[in-house]
Design a protein around this ligand. Structure first.
Ligand code: SAM
Length: 229
């Protein structure tokens, strides 16, 4: 029996129009879609009038669901893996499923698209031929060690940070690299998209005057970077 394929499909990070024709066609053509949260994925599917079986996988049902998804793929069904936003497996679930599918010789097909980190880098105006993607740094244990190691870093460093810890992150950066240029991108591709650039102190002043909401990408410029190059 011919095996099905597992398509790994990037979805928008806010603006629902940021999805490729190929991604839409793939979502239309697979037998079922694997997602994190059916409510979130249904918003996208409704916009593009896609009616499809949704299978959600979370930490609680993962073991059971993986077995059933792999069985269906081996029987010849095809599936699309999506996350709530952006590219699956980039600070998002999916790695274990893909790894198991590879071991079972199921073909993996990537459908590229939106990603918050690469979008932020591409509009940062900083040298980004080589960069470090940190994603979410640990919330407690190891956090300070992680931050300290970037003091001498000569490449851009990209963090994902939640609204609950964005100020904390800036306060910590103020301790380790007060002079460094930092860029904060908020709500990329969305209605209230904005960005701020400056030293940590300048950014803390800006954020103090605002009600902070939304999603954030933080870029730390390379050590010795001069704004007016
Ligand atoms: N897989 C996603 C990607 O490809 O970018 C990342 C998912 S991760 C769970 C969510 C984090 O990504 C957010 O907390 C934020 O740091 C960042 N993020 C996602 N969408 C964003 C947006 N529209 N604007 C700014 N940051 C965003």
């Amino acid at each position: 029996m011919e095996k099905g394929k597992l398509f790994v499909v990037a979805t928008p990070i806010g603006n629902l129009e940021d999805i490729t024709f190929r991604a839409i066609n793939t979502l239309k053509n697979v037998d079922f879609i694997i997602c994190e949260d059916t409510r979130v994925t249904n918003i996208l599917l409704n916009k593009y009038e896609i009616k499809k079986e949704l299978v959600f996988v979370n930490a609680r049902n993962e073991n059971r669901m993986l077995q059933s998804i792999l069985s269906r793929l081996k029987e010849g069904h095809s599936a699309a893996l999506v996350s709530d936003a952006g590219t699956p497996c980039i600070s998002d679930p999916g790695t274990r499923l893909i790894n198991c599918a590879i071991k079972q010789k199921i073909e993996i097909v990537g459908i590229p698209g939106a990603n918050a980190a690469t979008l932020a880098l591409s509009i940062s105006g900083l040298p980004v031929d080589s960069f470090i993607f940190e994603g979410f740094i640990p919330q407690k244990k190891g956090r300070q060690k992680e931050l300290k190691k970037f003091v001498e870093e000569e490449r851009c460093i990209v963090f994902y940070e939640s609204v609950y810890r964005i100020k904390k992150l800036l306060e910590e950066l103020n301790e380790y690299m007060p002079e460094r240029l930092i860029i904060i991108f908020r709500e990329l591709t969305k209605k209230f998209e904005e960005s701020w650039r400056g030293t940590v102190e300048q950014l803390l002043n800006t954020l103090d005057k605002k009600i902070i909401k939304g999603e954030f990408v933080v870029i730390i410029a390379p050590q010795n970077w001069k704004e007016n190059f």
